[in-house]
Design a protein around this ligand. Structure first.
Ligand code: CUA
Length: 474
């Protein structure tokens, strides 16, 4: 009897809660209405069943409670009752599923004037692409994906050159304009989910899935990944900011286009051709056998930091290492020898252009140049960290993540899983990228995939992490 009263109370409380609960959704996007109507219909149908079944249980508890002399009757078949149950559940399930077909049809039937937004998922971050002045997105394919072109845009496609690339978790959209959301994944299944606009769809590697909506209310909406995509899944979040068209246009104008990102990365990796020719000549003539390029001790003066320095000659006088001195030292090595080195170098009768190239190489190794090169490496490392998705798990501001934060990591002493301690230096950083499981820091799961990077990339990442040693995000 008491249980029956509890059941009746639960039914009344549930119905009252739904009628009077203080949380009411506001219409934030065009598709809100039909989707919420479907949800409400689902709630209504399941609600009716919930009320009916719970009340039936309460009734049964009261009517058939234990009484002396009362026995249950055995009734294995009841044809009319079975037909009733089949009929009612069929209608109810059809009522649950059928409206979804209509709503889904609207969800993927994109109006002609829709603006295009491409969303690219990657463990565990988002990237976006919006059309440039021509209003069209260029073609893309996995085959063009590289560190410089992480979204894999077709470099030959003219309509893709002005596409706006947003490398980050925040995207903006103009209010009131229908948007076609095109979804791609670079690795595994993800799901682009914005709860407030009732939009959610799987992103399948190798497919472009899409839906559309019209944002109706300005504001900031959370983007979530709604498909378990690995350990960093919970952290795969973003923001969609809906704002007035003027503000949106202004923001859009500040974002780099595809052509600009390509130019920037070409400059970044743009090795000076003159310096490279000098490097080839230095190899060819065997200069590097006696002149080290990395500051290590060698038979002749090392070239790292040489240019512009003041050297003491064999006769005690001093000379500034400049273009003229270098050229002279190549053509007539015996003319002005640096103190402490034997006169073993033979004269090289090189053409003027070759002399220039060698000087360019030595100048590129000079002290100012080494600072600039270091700065360049740090910024290359930062770009690489963004492209590879390192920052999804390694924070730059000391906040906890799936992996150790990079702030203040370099130079620190970390305790490993087996209790050993390790100093975080270049060698450890490199090893941790190439084979992360080798020496995992205690307290972190061994979940990082191995990255096969080339030497320059490892150096750049190392430089970036080293730069974060004490000052935090650069
Ligand atoms: Cu991406 Cu979960």
């Amino acid at each position: 009897m008491a249980l029956a009263i509890v059941f009746i109370f639960i039914v009344i409380a549930s119905v009252l809660f739904h009628l009077f609960n203080p949380w009411r959704a506001t219409e934030a996007a065009s598709n809100w209405g039909s989707i919420d109507d479907t949800l409400f219909l689902t709630l209504l149908i399941t609600g009716v069943f919930f009320v009916a079944i719970t009340l039936f249980m309460a009734l049964a508890l009261i009517r058939f409670r234990h009484r002396k002399g009362l026995r249950a009757q055995y009734e294995p078949e009841n044809k009319p009752l079975e037909w009733w149950l089949i009929g009612v559940t069929t209608v109810a399930i059809a009522g649950l599923l059928a409206p979804g077909l209509v709503v889904y049809n609207d969800f993927v039937r994109v109006p002609d004037n829709a603006y295009e937004l491409e969303v690219v998922g990657q463990q565990w971050q988002w990237a976006f692409r919006l059309p440039g002045a021509d209003g069209r997105l260029g073609t893309s394919s996995v085959e063009w994906i590289s560190a410089a072109n992480p979204l894999g845009l077709n470099p030959e496609d003219a309509s893709g050159q002005d596409d706006v690339i947003v490398r980050g978790n925040e995207v903006r959209l103009p209010v009131g304009l229908p948007v076609k959301v095109l979804q791609r994944s670079n690795d595994v299944l993800h799901n682009f989910y914005i709860p407030q606009i009732r939009s959610k769809m799987d992103m399948v590697p190798g497919l472009v899935s899409y839906f559309w909506f019209t944002p109706m209310v300005t504001g900031s909406y959370e983007i979530l990944c709604a498909e378990f995509c690995g350990l960093g899944h919970y952290n795969m979040r973003g923001r969609m900011i809906v704002e007035a068209p003027e503000a949106f246009e202004q923001w859009l104008g500040q974002q780099p286009t595809f052509a600009q990102t390509q130019e920037a990365s070409a400059q970044r990796s743009g090795l000076d051709p003159e310096v490279e020719r000098g490097r080839a000549l230095a190899q060819q003539h065997g200069c590097v056998a006696c002149h080290s390029l990395d500051g290590s001790k060698s038979l002749g003066p090392g070239w790292l930091g040489l240019y512009g320095s003041l050297e003491t000659l064999a006769d005690g006088s001093q000379v500034r290492v400049d273009e003229d001195y270098l050229k002279e030292s190549i053509l007539q090595p015996g003319a002005r020898m640096v103190q402490g080195y034997a006169a073993v170098m033979v004269p090289y009768a090189l053409a003027d252009a070759d002399l220039e190239a060698l000087v360019a190489l030595i100048r590129s190794l000079g002290p100012e140049a080494t600072d600039a090169a270091q700065e360049q490496r740090v910024s290359d490392g930062q770009q690489l960290a963004e492209t590879l998705g390192c920052l999804a798990c390694h924070s730059l501001d000391g906040s906890p993540g799936v992996g150790p934060s990079w702030k203040g990591l370099y130079g620190a002493t970390e305790t490993l899983m087996d209790g050993r301690e390790v100093q975080v230096d270049d060698a450890y950083v490199r090893e941790s990228i190439v084979s992360p499981a080798a020496q995992t820091v205690k307290g972190y799961a061994s979940v990082m995939p191995a990255y096969s990077l080339n030497d320059a990339q490892l150096q750049a990442l190392g430089a970036f992490i080293a730069a974060l040693a004490d000052k935090g995000a650069p």
